[in-house]
Design a binder for this molecule. Sequence first.
Ligand code: GLN
Length: 238
Amino acid sequence: MQSSTHREVVTVGILALQGAFVEHQATLQKVSLRRRIHIVQVRTPEDLAKCDALIIPGGESTTIALLARLAGLLAPLRDFVKTKPVWGTCAGAILLAQAAEGTKKGGQELLGGVSVTIMRNGFGSQVESFEAPLTVDGLRDSDRPFHGVFIRAPVVLSLDPSSNDPPIEVVSRLSASLLPHNQTTIPLDAGNTDPNDPRTIVALRQGRHLLTTFHPELTKDDRFHEYFIRQCVLPSLS
Ligand code: GLN
């Protein structure tokens, strides 16, 4: 029997209840690394049990949580997050956060896993989407900016790791001057250029998890998917 350190195939699940899961699959299929990547669309606890790692797509976090509950996936997902690498993009980032604000009436079920507080639709409804070039530490060809697509994106309000949690590593920030100022949910001073403002964080890692508030799957660029596999998934297999 092969030991897990010598496995040639890594099985990556994509939560396929709602949102941009097909786009994630198409981008992940382009990634070329030492290991062959087997992709599973996850709709049931049985699908999830096959996976070494999981991507939670953008879409609508409330709907994804509701459908996960109906599919009997909420508890298995919460267990999965405790031991396996998970990458949440946009709505997926909300689900991975330990706390969320701006949620719909009746609240929002979260999976937790990343010690941040996040504001749903934090950039405001009137500025529903924008695009910005991002500098990303650790990406292949990191001199070349990554095209960030933000669609009703959440905003990281605070980093709240406890002393037992793995440290949080900021992977990419928007320049503070690029934060939209004409919105109401997170008032920002027009002159705010504090480079350490947590609201500028658009990608971060904590332990084996990756959180991005934008949509790397909506570009033709596979570098973020490669980054997740290389930095979060492969090290967790050995
Ligand atoms: N605003 C959405 C939510 O609350 C997320 C938007 C997205 O994933 N593009 O889930």
